[in-house]
Write a protein that binds this ligand. Structure first.
Ligand SMILES: Cc1cc2nc3c(=O)[nH]c(=O)nc-3n(C[C@H](O)[C@H](O)[C@H](O)COP(=O)(O)OP(=O)(O)OC[C@H]3O[C@@H](n4cnc5c(N)ncnc54)[C@H](O)[C@@H]3O)c2cc1C
Length: 160
């Protein structure tokens, strides 16, 4: 039996943990487009943007825990390209991964503006922080929680 989970973030990780917790002992393959081990996004618009904030994201679990304790095969750094539900295969980097069950946990994509990068990943947060470190005059587009947190981070540094 092979369970394939596509999307190596919070939902994908919770699916893996739930499968093990409820007694599933078969093979699990976790496919993630990002190179990082599953990590939490909320800090990206908070402590991460502070001057001298953490330089890298903190994964939920180390690679050792994921591999040895949760028994997960990691396929990180390349997106799943296609899903064939008849053949029960997911294609990643041109290779087919067979599954008996698949969980799609690919999350959400932020609506962007042409030419602008949105704040969604660790790399995005590092880019925003670098701009704040350079003293950027900040315009925040998106007046929700995340936008407000970025505005707050800029203001905390005394930036306009
Ligand atoms: C900056 C920021 C701050 C936030 N702050 C808060 C907060 O304070 N409180 C709160 O409750 N929530 C917060 N959130 C929201 C929270 O992070 C999300 O609700 C949560 O990340 C959703 O998890 P998810 O696994 O469903 O999706 P996502 O975290 O979006 O993960 C989906 C993953 O799937 C991967 N993926 C997509 N397509 C493919 C593919 N084809 N193949 C392989 N992998 C793929 C993506 O690369 C991504 O890693 C914040 C989000 C951001 C961006």
């Amino acid at each position: 039996m092979t369970l394939v989970v596509v999307g190596a973030s919070l939902a994908g990780l919770r699916a893996v943990e739930s499968a093990r917790r409820t007694g599933y002992r078969g093979r699990i393959v976790l496919i993630g487009a990002e190179e990082h081990l599953p990590y939490d996004r909320p800090p990206l618009s908070k402590a991460f943007l502070d001057a001298g904030g953490p330089g890298r994201v903190q994964p939920f679990h180390s690679e050792t825990v994921l591999r040895d304790e949760l028994g997960v095969e990691l396929m990180l750094g390349a997106p799943a390209e296609s899903l064939d539900t008849d053949a029960r295969e997911v294609t990643v980097a041109g290779a087919a991964v067979r599954y008996d069950a698949v969980v799609i946990a690919t999350g959400a994509t932020a609506r962007g503006l042409p030419g602008a990068r949105t704040l969604r990943t660790a790399e995005d947060a590092l880019a925003v922080r670098a701009a704040l470190d350079d003293g950027a005059r900040t315009v925040v587009v998106g007046a929700g929680f995340i936008g407000s947190e970025v505005a707050s981070a800029a203001r905390k540094r005394g930036l306009p």
